[in-house]
Design a protein around this ligand. Structure first.
Ligand SMILES: Cc1cc2nc3c(=O)[nH]c(=O)nc-3n(C[C@H](O)[C@H](O)[C@H](O)COP(=O)(O)OP(=O)(O)OC[C@H]3O[C@@H](n4cnc5c(N)ncnc54)[C@H](O)[C@@H]3O)c2cc1C
Length: 260
């Protein structure tokens, strides 16, 4: 297997043809070990300066796709304004996983249980996708089609995540089967300011589901609308019925705290 580690996007575009992109490897390496993929060559994105950093620019928060989950956990910028995203990093894997795993890898792996996804949906995140001809900017819900299925064109990579600077209070909830190293049985994020209430729920459908325009509805109506839309499955982590019950109860609890 060939291994490339470019130091700039310019170098990256010279080696990109039909390569497997690799960031932290925490999804790719287990898949390789299980024999699900056999890449001929991989390009390591971690050193690309264009994929680093968390900063506020004009009307957006920008997060480089190679930013690790541990960096998200430790970012003071997120503590003050984007709590739900930061909270999603806290029970994520272990310290070793958080130091390898990237936010870009979490998005591109496109698991409906990916922990950063529900906050990113609820914050109306957009993704900056780049290839040698330029960029395109799309909503996260137009990027993820289903488990492992993403709208990434030939030669493209995810460069940045952009979150509009509009929302104020937010919260993330995750139910795992144990305190650490647990994939979500369900997770959700709530983002609330005085004009807008948005909820995004993970692990209850093939993609994260987003519910917006909820301001003015009662908590009971919100929960009933979500319950009618989701289609959770039975799997080794829990039954569909269990997922529905936990979601209803925890949404009621978190909504009553966040809505004044
Ligand atoms: C023990 C363990 C515990 C875990 N716990 C959790 C958990 O609690 N919560 C959770 O959500 N996940 C968890 N995961 C899954 C995994 O850690 C995350 O999904 C992680 O964010 C993947 O990021 P990565 O950088 O390692 O991705 P990689 O494995 O490097 O890549 C994943 C996929 O994304 C593509 N890719 C990566 N970066 C880019 C980019 N910039 N542009 C285009 N494509 C790209 C790759 O080609 C690949 O298809 C766990 C995994 C393990 C092994």
């Amino acid at each position: 297997m060939q291994y490339y580690r470019p130091n700039s996007l310019e170098e990256y575009f010279n080696v990109i043809d039909s390569q497997t992109l690799y960031a932290g490897g925490t999804d790719l390496i287990p898949r390789y070990e299980r024999g699900e993929i056999l890449p001929q060559s991989i390009i390591d994105l971690k050193r690309l300066p264009e994929l680093q950093g968390i900063q506020e620019i004009q009307n957006s928060l920008e997060i480089g796709a190679a930013v690790t989950i541990e960096e998200i956990k430790n970012s003071e910028l997120l503590t003050s304004k984007y709590q739900a995203l930061q909270e999603s990093s806290i029970d994520f894997g272990s310290v070793q996983i958080r130091n390898r795993a990237t936010i870009g890898g979490n998005i591109c792996n496109a698991s409906p249980a990916g922990d950063t996804l529900s906050p990113l949906y609820a914050f109306d995140a957009k993704l900056l996708l780049t290839n040698k001809n330029g960029h395109r900017l799309i909503n996260i819900e137009d990027f993820i089609f289903g488990p492992g299925k993403i709208n990434l064109e030939e030669g493209e990579l995810l460069q940045k995540i952009l979150i509009p600077k509009t929302k104020t209070k937010s919260v993330f909830y995750k139910l795992g089967l144990r305190e650490a190293m647990a994939i979500s049985v369900i997770n959700f994020a709530i983002v609330h300011d005085k004009n807008e209430l948005t909820i995004a729920v993970g692990a209850v459908a093939p993609t994260v589901l987003k519910f917006s325009g909820l301001t003015g509805l009662t908590i009971e109506d919100i929960i009933s609308g979500i319950d009618q839309t989701i289609s959770p499955i039975d799997d080794i982590r829990g039954t569909a019925d269990y997922r529905r019950k936990v979601l209803r109860n925890m949404l009621a609890y978190e909504l009553s705290k966040i809505i004044d």
